[in-house]
Each structure stands twice: as C-alpha cells, then as structure tokens.
Design a protein around this ligand. Structure first.
Ligand code: DGJ
Length: 554
C-alpha cells in the first residue's frame, strides 16, 4: 500500500535522525507510555510511571513550522511551562494525498528534548474552530468527496459534515500516520505525552447537518447505549430527545467520527487523548445551538460524548470568558468523576493566570493557556493587546510555584485531598472546608500586617495593583494536621473545624521551603511573629509553606 511504503521510508529516516537524540537507555529501560489513570473518581496523568502536572503553554496557530520555533521556546521558558502544546495540521503532513511529511514533528520533538519540555500535539484535521481550513487543499476544495453540511435553509455550510466515511477515513489515515510516526521517534522517550484529536469541533449557524442523508439518520432509532445512558425510552432522535434532538444528533455524529479516528490512533500507539470545546455559556443554559458550536463537547452533551467516544480520555474546556463566575462554572461542569479536568485553552490576559489555582483545586491534570510564543501575534480583543515577556510574566509567576511541584502536586491530588481557589472578580473571601478538624479562610487585597477591621474606612487603601484580581491559593493535605500551601496575592488564615470548635487553634509551625528534584521538602526558614500573626500573607512573590496545626484547651 502506498501509505505504508511512504510510512516505512519516513519512519526509517526519522529513526536515523533520532538515533543521536535518544536517551542511552537499554530497550528494557523504556518507561511505560503516558496514560491517564483513574481511581475513586480521581485522575492522574502518568508520565514515566508517576503523576505529572501539565503546566502547558500553547503556541499560536501558525507557529507549527520549524522557522517559528526559535520564537516559541523563549516564551515557554519565560512562562516556566513544562509542556509546549503545538498544532500539527493535516494540510502540513499530507499536502498531497498519500504522501506524508513529518519533518516538522521531527524538529519539534528534537527541540523539545533540547529544551527539556514535554509536548502536547493538537491534530488540526476535519475541524479547527469548527471549520475545515487546516484540511489539505485536496480535501477542502473537493466538496463532492468531502461534503459540507447543509444548513436548515438548504444552503451549504462552511463546515464539513461528520456523516461521510470518505472524510473520516481520509482524516483517520493521516492521523494514524502521525501517531505511527510519533511512536517511531518517541516510543521510548515519551516527549509527546498527550494528543488532542481535532480542535473545537461542531458548527456555528446550524444545530446539525440538515441534508436528506442526515434527516434519514435522524429518523432511525437512537442507539441503545445512548438511550440507556440518558434514561430514555427507545425511538427516533426527535421522539427521544424532542427539542434537543438536532444538537444531540450532531454531537453524537461528531463524537462517533472523532472516536473512530482516536481509536485507530490508539491501536497504533495509545497516548492519552482529549477534545477541546468552544464553550456553551455556562451561565446561559437557554443559549441556542449554532449560536455556540453545536455538536462540540459542550457541557450539556458530555454524557453523549462519554457514550459515543470511549477512546477520547478527556473532554476539555477552552475558557475565554474572563469573568470569575463564568470560569468557575465551567471548571465545575467539566471536572466530573468520569472526566478529568484539563483546561485545554484559556485566554492569555493576566487575569486568567490566577485560575490555575481553581483548576488545581478541582484536581486538574493540567492547564494550557493559549498564545504563548514571541512570533509577534496577539489575539486581542480575546487576549492581551500587545504581547511580550511582560504579558507572559503573570503566568510565569504562577507556574514558578508549581513547576517544582510538577510531580509532587499531582500525586497529592490523586492520592489525597487538595483545595484551590482563585480571587473572585469582586475580591470576596472564600472559606475552605478542610475536613472535621480544620478550616481556612482566604482573603484578598490585604496588607501583610493587621486586620481590615482596624481600618473600617479603608484609609490605608489597598496594596498596589490589587484592583485587578490576581490572587490564588492551593492547599494540599500532607497528614492529618499538616498542609502544603502554595499561593500568591492572598492571605490564608487557618481555623478550627467542627471537631475542634471548643478548642483554640494554633499554628504549631509554619515552614517556608521548596521541593528538590527528587521530591523532598527542603526547609528554608520558619515563619512566625509578624509573618503569621495576621494570617499567612502571600504576595506576588510565590511562596510555598508547610503548615502544621494544633489546638490548645480553652
Ligand atoms: C480557540 C482555538 O482553539 C484556538 O486555536 C484559537 O483559534 C483561539 N480560539 C483564538 O485565538
């Protein structure tokens, strides 16, 4: 077969190119392939056999060429990211049908190793922001072989229909070649740790494909597994789902399509997979499909995706509405016992940086803000107006806290208990329920000394820059009375929990320190006196504290 022989040549070339770059490990020393594991409704992304936290930075859309990479790495470094997330486009790897070119992937993997970061690869195929722009010319210009869907008024949509084997098989073939290539060059070293299959699937301006082919499928019975999952009675799509039928049918059709592609990839090399979603507004459930990307894994169809796409490990939100109520609502909807939270994208305005803390509090396996390179592009008004090291800094500050914890935190999160909060837009405080013995209150815009009630008219004002919310705290339980605290621009005050309500709470010992590369705590100093009398005050200098609590009899 043409594609196989093309593959054989490209794999051999790749292996030759990579021979000099592989770690000098005997074959038996290769670690297991990265894997998403689940235990008691909690998830961990296992990389080289232990949980790994993705502190990602996603490059701009057109940075997926060797010439751009020099502008990407410095931003990833400034960000303190441990993972670069980079598109690989169908048009780029199969410009001529059956002829594959993975030279960019080779360069990318080689350079990622040199920069000591992992990679997430985004497959831009049939859908990229719902459109077919990243399909090769021979696909996007041939609507006979690769049909677009039909709008309700009979006009032709910009988006490709998920109902055609021709399109799916062609996409699948290219994706599988990509996965095969990754296995060939990275099957032992695992620089590539996760794959996104397609990018923001769905369609705007329609709820589904309204072609005669689609209408006929709509009249067939809804698959049994879906009927059971949704607790419905059998029937056609309209009979079972009423007003939701159009959207649910489209979601099912896309999910099955992408699942087929993901399954074929996993059969070759089973890296963890995810799909990202252009969100339905979590605060406006009445919004109409088509005004958002209908058929994508929006929160209202996650159950459909879970039945239809078992080879997609994670359904992941792209958070681009900066308000705290919207982000928090979205994180809550996507962190489910059957779905690990992974923030596949977020805006790159400074205000998004603090949401890392909320995501981690919901046991996220990673976060991946968008637009992190120095190619000279800024996606304002979605993101920052201008773009450079100053704009990367807020994310770099937050990541500098967690990068040394990239193994420690996800282990604590997977095996124990964690909490995390971000500063709300109104700067209000939050209470953490740390179990029966302890509680904590997180407040913002505080000075490092004294209590706000000492200055009821706020004559002292607020710390500089604190009008823009930027604070966040993450807490992990280390033992019954001991907590790890990581935070910035916040005050955390521990208190007694219900079981200790008649006792006095005391800070037995507060240590500032860090974790070394082997994951051992390295003590730096004890906080006491002014540093603890008015809560533990975290400034824009990231701090890591180990807090031991105790009680005294009143
Ligand atoms: C979400 C998409 O997934 C990204 O590729 C990018 O287009 C952003 N939107 C906007 O910059």
């Amino acid at each position: 077969m043409k594609s196989v022989s093309t593959f054989a040549v490209s794999a051999m070339l790749a292996l030759t190119l990579f021979a000099g770059n592989c770690e000098a490990k005997p074959a038996s020393a290769a670690s297991p392939i990265p894997q998403l594991v689940q235990k008691n409704g909690k998830f961990a992304l296992m990389v080289d056999s232990s949980p790994f936290l993705i502190l990602g930075g996603q490059a701009n859309n057109s940075s997926n060429y060797p010439a751009a990479l020099d502008k990407v790495w410095p931003a990833i470094k400034d960000m303190n990211a441990n993972t670069l997330v980079m598109p690989v486009a169908w048009e780029q790897v199969e410009p001529v049908e059956g002829h594959f070119d993975f030279s960019f992937v080779d360069t990318l993997v080689k350079q990622a190793r040199e920069h000591n970061v992992r990679l997430g690869i985004l497959w831009f195929g049939t859908w990229k922001n719902t459109g077919p722009n990243y399909t090769p010319s021979w696909v996007k210009t041939d609507n006979k072989r690769f049909p677009r869907l039909t709008n309700k008024d009979g006009s032709t949509s910009y988006a490709l229909s998920p109902l055609y084997d021709t399109t799916r098989e062609a996409d699948k073939k290219a994706y599988v070649e990509l996965v095969r290539h990754i296995k060939a060059i990275d099957g032992r070293q695992h620089t590539v740790i996760i794959l996104q299959v397609e990018n923001e699937v769905g369609v705007y301006g329609a709820a589904r494909d309204y072609s005669p082919k689609a209408d006929a499928l709509m009249n067939q019975a809804v698959p049994d597994a879906l009927v059971r999952k949704m607790g419905k009675q059998p029937g056609s799509w309209h009979q079972v789902f009423g007003d939701d039928a159009d959207e649910f049918f489209h979601a099912w059709s896309i999910a099955r399509y992408v699942d087929d592609i993901a399954a074929a990839g996993k059969a070759v090399y089973p890296l963890p997979t995810y799909m990202n979603d252009a969100l339905k507004d979590p605060l406006n459930p009445k919004s109409v499909p088509g005004s958002y990307a209908s058929g994508g894994p929006t929160y209202n169809v996650l159950d459909i995706y879970k039945v239809a796409a078992p080879h997609i490990d994670i359904l992941a939100p792209d958070t681009y509405t900066p308000t705290s109520d919207s982000v928090e609502a979205t994180l809550k909807l996507y962190a489910r016992p059957d779905n690990a939270l992974y923030v596949a994208e977020s805006g790159n305005r400074a205000v998004y940086a603090r949401y890392v803390f909320s995501a981690l509090g919901r046991q996220a396996i990673g976060v991946d803000p968008f637009g992190f390179d120095y190619t000279g592009y800024s996606n304002y008004p979605l993101g920052e107006k201008t773009w450079g090291p100053d704009q990367v800094k807020p994310f770099g500050t937050v990541y500098s806290l967690f990068r040394p914890l990239e193994r420690v935190w996800p282990k604590l999160s997977f095996e124990g208990q964690v909490w995390g909060v971000s500063e709300p837009d109104d700067h209000s405080g939050q209470d953490l329920d740390l179990g029966p013995n302890w509680s904590a209150r997180v407040t913002y815009r505080q000075w490092q000394f004294g209590m706000p009630e000492w200055d009821p008219q706020n004559k002292n004002g607020y710390p500089d820059g604190s009008d823009v919310p930027s604070g966040g705290v993450a807490v992990a339980k280390l033992s019954d009375n001991e907590f790890l605290v990581a935070g910035i621009n916040a005050r955390i005050s521990f208190g007694a929990g219900p079981a200790n309500k008649d006792k006095g709470m005391l800070l037995d010992r507060v240590e500032e320190g860090h974790y070394d590369k082997a994951g051992n705590w390295v003590f730096e100093r004890v906080w006491n006196g002014d540093q603890t009398d008015y809560g533990l005050n975290l400034t824009n200098t990231p701090r890591l504290l180990k807090v031991r609590l105790s009680t005294y009899t009143k």
